[in-house]
Design a protein around this ligand. Structure first.
Ligand code: FAD
Length: 476
């Protein structure tokens, strides 16, 4: 049955290619209205708001280029959709699924309400290679450990290909509010580092993928842990906002292997494994939605976390006195992104050296990361705190000095982000407090003045963390 007017409701799929909701709408309707609704049900951090603004601007340009136009709205999604249906006479709404618990509840209610009104409401998978419920253990339960999850995920069969593009259909006549009315950009301009680092939007996403395939992919397994190297894809914000899909990434990597653009080997296997971690994060979020703020391991509910607003602030500002931690926190503040190895180090420092709740770290990441993603952020923080699925056990505590020496051996990452230590020799750069006085003074470092003294002694903090852990470990 041909539909006169359909709405395509864009959410975490801000792209025209491999977009099943858009493709189905354009193949079944005469007029297609592309819509984005800024819904207060989805609280966004500052960096995500910045990204969203530019991503929507890019989507609007791409739509206009093909004779369409993006409708922008703000408010509860159901109210806004019903208003649009009433004003355009649309009889169908198509969207791609999101998996955050509040969004699942909202979307289910909207679908039911639209069906009750005799309208067509259909949703599709565009965010993941496989949906969270498709992968299960032999007994039908969800996985809690990555390796068997990923094995089982891959064993289901070939990864689905991207959907073919369909020419866009013209929208019905309508008046939209300007993107600026959403007020997503900061009032105080703190975003210069974001502007220097990123090109939000579908074109920027594909250019990152091409850079990966023609560059770091072949050495990904060797360089991905070195934060001063361009060894990873930087695709995470593009993936979060759906400017590119994991299907497109998966099949582009496979094509590059078949065409010999990259040698088959550990680089691409390790990279695709990371895409697997993203799938695993969504699997966990879907099956254990309480983990957004509650530890998956219930014993950790009684963990004696400290409260220390001053300590938290020092961590957030990159003023802990541990150079690798401070470099990571400053990279995050400046660019909206932090290298994965350093995310693990700073998260371990917050939860184990400072014994502050992982939720406080997750909140800061939520506000400052351009790739802030409820599934991956929750998995990452619970993993680092030792209370989640597939967790590094709590007693495995990262040493910020040896981690720095191992993964930033020349200190280049620290020099880049903590310029006040730039002149220190590599031998001391990860432990300036241990450097001889003459080394410090010739590098113009005055501890406690130009750079902080370490805010805790790692060896003692480690013992305190282990003692706190023993408290909950001995409970039944
Ligand atoms: P690449 O190494 O190129 O990996 C390719 C893609 O795989 C990434 O873009 C990402 O989508 C996925 N991926 C890689 N590692 C992981 C992982 N450990 N878990 C889930 N997916 C992964 N990632 C986010 O996208 N959003 C977050 O909010 C987030 N918070 C994190 C918090 C902590 C405490 C930790 C330890 C990790 C977090 N990660 C998060 C995971 C990881 O750090 C980032 O995905 C990665 O650094 C992004 O850089 P990239 O795109 O260059 O990754």
């Amino acid at each position: 049955m041909l539909i006169k007017t359909a709405i395509v409701w864009f959410r975490q799929d801000l792209r025209l290619q491999d977009n099943p909701a858009l493709q189905v709408a354009c193949s079944r309707a005469e007029n297609v209205l592309p819509v984005f609704i800024l819904d207060p049900a989805l609280p966004l951090g500052g960096a995500s708001r910045w990204w969203l603004h530019h991503s929507l601007a890019s989507l609007a340009r791409s739509l206009a280029h093909q004779g369409s136009q993006l409708y922008i709205a703000q408010g509860p999604a159901q109210r806004e959709l019903e208003h649009l249906i009433a004003t355009t006479g649309a009889t169908a709404v198509f969207w791609n699924r999101c998996f955050e618990p509040t969004l699942i509840a909202r979307d289910t209610a909207i679908k039911t309400a639209l069906h009750d009104q005799g309208l067509i409401a259909e949703s599709f998978n565009a965010l993941l290679l496989r949906e969270p419920w498709q992968v299960k253990t032999k007994t039908g339960t969800p996985y809690k450990v990555f390796t068997p999850f990923w094995r089982s995920h891959q064993a289901i069969g070939p990864m689905p290909p991207p959907v073919a593009a369909t020419p866009l259909k013209p929208p019905p006549p309508f008046q939209t509010t300007p993107l600026e009315s959403l007020q997503l950009l900061p009032h105080i301009p703190w975003d210069s580092g974001l502007k220097e680092t990123w090109v939000p939007g579908e074109t920027g996403a594909h250019s990152r993928l091409e850079t990966l395939v023609t560059g770091p992919l072949k050495t990904y397994h060797e360089l991905r842990n070195l934060p001063d190297q361009p060894g990873t894809s930087l695709l995470s914000p593009h993936l979060h906002f759906g400017e590119i899909s994991p299907r497109q990434i998966w099949h582009r990597v496979q094509k590059s292997l078949q065409q010999g653009e990259v040698p088959s080997g550990m680089g691409s296997v390790t990279f695709l494994n990371e895409i697997g971690w993203r799938e695993f994060a969504y699997h966990l979020l879907y099956h254990f939605p309480q983990t957004v703020d509650t530890p998956l391991n219930p014993a950790f509910a009684a963990f004696p976390w400290r409260q220390d607003p001053k300590g938290l602030k020092a961590w957030q500002k990159g003023m802990t006195g541990y150079p690798i931690v401070d470099a990571g926190m400053r990279q995050l503040w400046h660019t909206g992104w932090m290298h994965n190895r350093v995310r693990m180090i700073v998260a371990s420092f917050l939860t184990k050296d400072l014994i502050l709740p992982w939720q406080q770290g997750a909140e800061w990441f939520w506000d400052t990361l351009v790739d802030a993603d409820l599934a991956s952020n929750t998995l990452g923080w619970q993993w680092a705190a030792g209370c989640g699925a597939d967790a590094a056990p709590y007693f495995r505590i990262f040493n910020p000095i040896t981690q720095g020496e191992k993964f930033d051996p020349d200190g280049q990452y620290v020099r880049r982000w903590v310029p006040e230590l730039a002149a220190l020799p590599a031998k001391w750069i990860h432990k300036p407090w241990a450097a001889p006085e003459e080394v410090l003074s010739s590098a113009r470092v005055k501890l406690g003045v130009t750079y902080p003294e370490p805010m805790v002694d790692h060896a003692q903090a480690r013992l305190a963390a282990l003692a706190a852990y023993k408290e909950i470990a001995k409970r039944p």
